[in-house]
Design a protein around this ligand. Structure first.
Ligand SMILES: [Zn+2]
Length: 168
């Protein structure tokens, strides 16, 4: 539950906690207003980007030096997830990518997001976009997926890759 939401965005009245179908929701206290804050998860697209056999890890501005993630971002209005993830790769890395696989979708309750993850291959020279402060290319053998957020997508992609190799 997002505790920062206190007032109705439609009429400005206080929001109050109510039970709807067994879940607590914030509802407008004004009888004449029907606003309910549903707090539905926001879709986020993410990509394990592979360039010359290495994975691109990104560090956004303001992150600790030890922290890296993979390319991820919100969809723009009207975009499919595939269009959105390729746009993010273009903005953050200045690369034209090609989607090679859908990895899966992952819940991220800490941020109330649904992560939609792809494997994307790209070629060329990376130019870092304005939202990043550092990037790192790392071989799949060396990368250690993190526990939350986009980490499980990276973990699953790595697991599938090992499986593919062992079946050859
Ligand atoms: Zn209201």
């Amino acid at each position: 539950m997002n505790s920062k939401m206190r007032f109705c965005p439609q009429c400005g009245s206080d929001l109050i906690a109510v039970q709807i179908d067994g879940r607590e929701r914030l509802e407008c206290s004004n009888e004449a207003c029907d606003y309910v804050f549903w707090n539905n998860p926001t879709p986020v697209v993410a990509a394990v980007v592979e360039v010359d056999g290495k994975i691109v890890l990104t560090q956004s501005k303001g992150w600790s030096e030890k922290w890296y993630g993979i390319v991820a971002g919100f969809l723009e209005e009207g975009e499919t997830p595939e269009e959105g993830v390729l746009r993010e790769i273009s903005e953050e890395l200045d690369l034209q990518g090609e989607i090679t696989a859908f990895i899966g979708h992952y819940k991220f309750p800490e941020r109330n997001q649904l992560i939609i993850a792809y494997h994307v291959t790209a070629e060329g020279e990376i130019h870092m976009g304005g939202e990043l402060q550092r990037i790192k290319l790392i071989s799949p053998e060396e990368v250690h997926p993190w526990k939350k957020g986009t980490g499980p997508a990276l973990r699953d992609w790595l697991a599938g890759r090992i499986q593919e190799k062992s079946s050859l």
